[in-house]
Write a new protein. Structure first.
Length: 275
């Protein structure tokens, strides 16, 4: 860890609550972007810590394939609880919600991967399907370095037909063909480092290749209202971490809070795997 930097970033004074127009946009178009979270000092901490986390995954592990960082690493766990982030999410989900996912999505110089068009909800055995995804930018993200793109309004259409795709360039094995939507509805989620976006779990999205040689690094945080229940027969290691409010439903197992600065070594690990 860089001893000249503080351990945890603090939110920028520009962080705020969602405006009514942004709430309306989320309902009609399925996303909101360019929400301020961290200033330049906070961004420096994010980038420094990312390098340290990346170093933990050496030895052939691909960081994009390791989810549940919030279960393995106390710094990540605390980052996901930044009040400014939770304020934005509360404006969409209401007062009672939990975290169940925390994953890095990166395109580093030389990377040749792309994310095909897809909908998150069709991957997850959750009922009801009401997950909000935070995409927190550690570095600037734009068209030149493979920023996420979304099909605005597609979350109101239901589940699209997904087909199997093969190839090392794809980070997912299912894709939606572009013939199923109007390309004029595609919007780039361009973000400055320290900003975040929010998107609905039914929103069609993906990302292309990075052509700039610049890093594109972001972290996704998956959050759902406490009424959401996971089918544990499909996903037995699913665990919830209450973020705000109370969980009167108690549908899901509660995860153990990490105390160490570890790293996942495979997908879908249980919190009991970590210190």
């Amino acid at each position: 860890m860089n001893p000249t930097l503080p351990f945890r970033p603090t939110a920028t004074p520009e962080a705020r609550r969602l405006a009514d127009a942004e709430k309306a946009q989320y309902r009609t178009r399925g996303y909101v972007k360019n929400l301020p979270v961290f200033d330049a000092g906070g961004v420096a901490i994010l980038q420094n810590r990312f390098d340290e986390l990346l170093a933990l995954t050496q030895g052939g592990l691909e960081i994009n394939n390791l989810n549940n960082w919030h279960k393995a690493n106390r710094w990540v766990y605390e980052l996901c609880r930044t009040p400014a982030i939770l304020d934005y999410v509360e404006d969409l989900l209401g007062p009672d919600f939990f975290q169940w996912g925390g994953q890095f999505f990166c395109k580093l110089p030389g990377a040749t991967s792309e994310v095909p068009w897809h909908q998150d909800a069709q991957y997850w055995p959750l009922t009801p399907e009401e997950t909000v995804t935070v995409w927190l930018a550690f570095y600037d993200s734009d068209d030149s370095n493979g920023a996420m793109k979304v099909v605005a309004g597609s979350h109101n259409t239901g589940i699209f037909n997904h087909q199997q795709v093969e190839g090392e360039q794809y980070s997912l094995n299912q894709a939606i063909d572009e013939s199923q939507f109007d390309c004029k509805d595609v919007v780039t989620i361009d973000l400055k480092a320290g900003e975040m976006s929010l998107h609905d779990d039914h929103l069609v999205h993906g990302s292309g290749l990075s052509l700039s040689g610049r890093r594109r690094v972001g972290m996704t945080i998956r959050m759902s209202p406490t009424r959401v229940k996971c089918d544990l027969s499909v996903w037995p290691t699913f665990e919830s971490y209450l973020l705000r409010g109370t969980d009167e439903y108690r549908h899901n197992p509660i995860g153990k809070v990490p105390s160490g600065e570890g790293s996942p070594i495979q997908r879908f690990q249980a919190s009991s795997d970590f210190a």
